[in-house]
Design a protein around this ligand. Structure first.
Ligand SMILES: Cc1cc2nc3c(=O)[nH]c(=O)nc-3n(C[C@H](O)[C@H](O)[C@H](O)COP(=O)(O)OP(=O)(O)OC[C@H]3O[C@@H](n4cnc5c(N)ncnc54)[C@H](O)[C@@H]3O)c2cc1C
Length: 252
């Protein structure tokens, strides 16, 4: 592992690897990512990988749109699968209030240049046949949404970063962050120290612990998230993802 780096990214989930990829792509080749276990051994491994571009703010929506643009080309760039499938997404409305929310979102989507359509409950069922439409008033359909394989995506981002000179050290736990006069000077790990002036905390639910090493409070509270995986049930793989915000469930 190098002893000096322009930046050290802590955490080898999809967040850390995406940051490493973009640093390297923007010309910062002297960068290091440290991961205490293996890449994707945190939350990333469990993610369903749904990618929904329409968010509550302009900056987040733009970020998601540029992510989709990257997912379309990253596989070819690095020669690894990302599992990106542009199957579209459905967001159901089961009350008048939800319908109004969808209509508002359709307006925003237009300003962002996203091809979001409002569809009837029957059309939603045609797009996602396994669902019952009892009580469903309508849905928003965004054909350019989809899903990735989060682990494959992480490995593809890591490969793209490595090819541009970035280094990834797995089985390397950050144990301390040295700070002098309010500035970071080094990261301490169980495999040795790395001098750096810039540390990126991409520790996911452990970001609080990592921040505390530098005396920084990161207000993160882990929440339980349950999921079920079924056996193949004859549903084609190219049906859109589906989310019912009133019932707090989503399907892929
Ligand atoms: C069941 C489930 C379903 C989900 N579905 C979706 C979805 O459909 N769409 C979506 O966008 N998101 C989804 N998410 C959320 C998504 O998984 C997370 O937002 C994302 O994976 C977080 O990535 P990360 O890189 O920030 O964190 P993580 O993947 O948790 O990575 C953090 C890494 O930091 C490492 N680390 C911690 N401490 C140290 C240390 N001291 N030194 C070195 N390394 C350290 C850990 O080992 C870990 O690998 C889902 C999450 C869950 C649990």
């Amino acid at each position: 592992m190098r002893e000096r780096a322009r930046a050290v990214v802590v955490g080898g989930g999809v967040g850390g690897c995406a940051i490493l990829y973009w640093l390297a792509r923007l010309g910062w080749s002297d960068v290091l990512l440290v991961e205490r276990a293996d890449l994707t051994s945190g939350s990333t491994f469990h993610s369903a990988g749904l990618v929904g571009q329409l968010r509550g703010s302009l900056s987040l929506t733009k970020m998601m749109m540029s992510s989709v643009a990257l997912y379309r080309e990253l596989g070819d760039e690095v020669g690894l699968e990302t599992g990106w499938r542009e199957v579209g997404s459905l967001r159901l409305a089961s009350s008048q209030e939800r319908m109004e929310e969808l209509a508002r979102q359709a307006g925003w989507a237009k300003t962002f240049g996203l091809p979001l359509e409002l569809v009837s409950a029957e059309d939603a069922k045609r797009l996602f046949p396994p669902m019952s439409i009892d009580g469903v008033l309508g849905a928003a359909y965004l054909p350019t949404d989809g899903y990735v394989d989060p682990s494959q995506l992480t490995f593809a981002l890591a490969e793209g970063a490595r090819r541009r000179g970035a280094e990834i050290a797995t089985r390397t736990r950050v144990t301390g962050v040295r700070v002098e006069r309010n500035r970071v000077t080094a990261v301490e790990t169980d495999q040795g120290d790395v001098e750096t002036e810039l540390v990126v905390n991409a520790g996911g639910m452990f970001a609080g612990e990592i921040g505390a090493l530098a005396g920084v409070v990161v207000p993160i509270v882990p929440m339980a998230h349950e999921y079920l995986i079924t056996r193949p049930a004859g549903v084609p793989l190219d049906v859109p993802t589906m989310r019912d915000p009133s019932l707090l469930v989503y399907f892929r």
